[in-house]
Design a protein around this ligand. Structure first.
Ligand code: FAD
Length: 315
């Protein structure tokens, strides 16, 4: 389903990110996760794109499987890394022919140890890729006359390469000007930073829907990995204190992480966010627990409104 239709239908969207597994065993595990999470009726699911080689083929494979198996319209991520225009055109054509309606367009990061300039020869920034997808859309090559709905990444707590936050906002705005229809945020654990950034986006004239990226902490090793992958992410002291209190038992750590993410989601819903995108790490348990506490797993009605319903009784 085209993202504009998703947004019209589900005023508050709930969605999941998956990554293509590297082994047969992890494919099996992911199939189970997909079955479990599909039952929750997500608004959409997205699939990450690797830095190169076979992981990329696996993204296309997972996108195809998700479409066939779950009836969902998966949103593939696509990056600039080591792609030229002809390759991007071929990928877009294949997705368009397969009935894919949405793409999350990113710059990506250079594979570690390599000089980054060489990897972005044709598309230095995500805005360049977005321009190419918009041109593809205008060429009428997509069976849907609206073309792909294009998403971009946003960084509420800043992107490490651009310490100047005003310049960062200019770069985000230029992505929107090139044709972005929606933004998906990097994970964050401090809602105040997300809400402030959202307001700064609006002040800059960035008026497309913004999905909030939520990743529950499920282990201490996972926390360390998050800090490495999403440099600049703020881990608030109350969260770190609660994790410390939880002690060494991994089940307690997971409980704290799920509780924190649930509280984040509740506040974000109260604030009327467009949607919540869960970074699932291909696991279902934490997301299902959060859904249960939010009461959105079995209530289609709740998706259809952002403000709590208030009945005024006249005396
Ligand atoms: C929701 C989400 C999903 C992601 N999925 C993937 C994935 O599947 N695969 C993957 O490899 N990575 C993924 N990433 C990581 C992302 O690719 C990296 O964080 C990357 O460094 C930034 O990508 P971007 O699209 O924001 O790049 P850009 O918008 O191009 O920005 C990159 C940096 O360049 C700066 N910049 C932009 N334009 C200019 C300009 N004209 N002049 C100077 N500086 C400029 C920006 O301020 C920023 O610091 C994801 C990130 C998020 C938030």
């Amino acid at each position: 389903m085209h993202m504009s239709d998703v947004i019209k239908r589900d005023t508050t969207t709930f969605s999941f990110e998956f990554f293509p597994p590297s082994t047969d065993k992890s494919w099996e595990k992911l199939e189970e996760t997909i079955d479990e999470l599909t039952k929750l009726g997500p608004s959409f699911v997205s699939v990450t794109y690797g830095a190169g080689g076979s992981t990329r083929t696996k993204t296309h494979e997972l996108v195809r499987r998700l479409k066939e198996r779950s009836g969902l319209d998966p949103v593939p991520h696509l990056t600039c890394v080591e792609h030229d225009s002809a390759q991007i055109h071929d990928i877009l054509k294949a997705y368009a022919d397969a009935g894919i309606s949405n793409i999350l367009a990113l710059r990506g990061d250079a594979p570690s140890g390599a000089r980054s300039g060489d990897h972005f020869k044709h598309f230095p920034y995500a805005a360049d890729l977005i321009r190419t997808i918009s041109e593809f859309n205008r060429s009428g090559a997509h069976p849907d006359p609206r073309g792909f709905s294009i998403g971009a990444a946003g960084f509420p707590e800043g992107h490490p390469e651009t310490p100047n936050t005003l310049a960062q906002m200019d770069h985000l705005k230029s992505k929107v000007d090139e044709g972005v229809d929606w933004i998906c945020s990097q994970m964050f654990f401090d809602n105040r930073n997300f809400l402030d950034w959202k307001e700064r986006c609006r002040l800059k004239g960035i008026d497309v829907p913004i999905f909030a990226g939520i990743m529950p902490v499920t282990s201490l090793s996972g926390l360390k990995r998050m800090a490495e992958l999403a440099a600049g992410t703020n881990f608030p002291a109350p969260l770190l204190r609660a994790l410390e209190r939880a002690g060494p038992d991994p089940r307690n750590i997971e409980r704290v992480g799920i509780h924190w993410a649930t509280e984040q989601c509740l506040q974000l819903m109260d604030e009327g966010v467009q949607g919540i995108h869960f970074y699932t790490l291909n696991r279902s348990k934490a997301t299902i627990e959060i859904y249960k506490s939010l009461g959105v797993n079995d209530s289609e009605q709740l998706r259809g409104r952002r403000e709590p319903e208030i009945t005024i009784v006249k005396r």
